[in-house]
Design a protein around this ligand. Structure first.
Ligand code: AMP
Length: 114
């Protein structure tokens, strides 16, 4: 989708700070980081929301979580801990309609979230 910023990142139409890539997914640093480590992990295919991550996409789900685990290690937060967030829909605060994980770490995360 040409009007989706994450599709444009995945297809390299626009630049981004790529952390890691797999055949079906990509991880980039958030342009507006909310923590010392703030990486976005998302499918290369345009899938709008969590409901599109159905069981038929188990290969993609495996890759997404593999990237989470790999990057937590490479960013040095696997031991100290981190937060994995998926904002979904209007009340969830989703601004980009292309499903993505926020991997946040490098500081203590308060609860409840804002
Ligand atoms: P959400 O509110 O969950 O949809 O989060 C969207 C995230 O995408 C925000 O944290 C933005 O800072 C981030 N973002 C938007 N455009 C870009 C971009 N071009 N490169 C990296 N991160 C982006």
């Amino acid at each position: 989708m040409d009007d989706c910023v994450f599709c444009r990142i995945a297809s390299k139409m626009i630049g981004s700070d790529i952390v890691e890539e797999s055949p079906l997914a990509i991880a980039v640093r958030d342009v507006n980081p909310q923590a010392p480590v703030h990486v976005l992990i998302f499918p290369k295919e345009h899938l709008p929301s969590v409901k599109d991550l159905d069981p038929e996409r188990c290969d993609l789900l495996t890759e997404l979580f593999q990237l989470v685990n790999d990057i937590a290690i490479s960013e040095g937060i696997a031991q100290t801990g981190y937060r994995l967030v998926v904002n979904s829909g209007e009340d969830g605060g989703q601004e980009v309609d292309h499903v993505h994980f926020h991997l946040l770490g490098g500081r203590f995360m308060g609860w409840p979230p804002g």
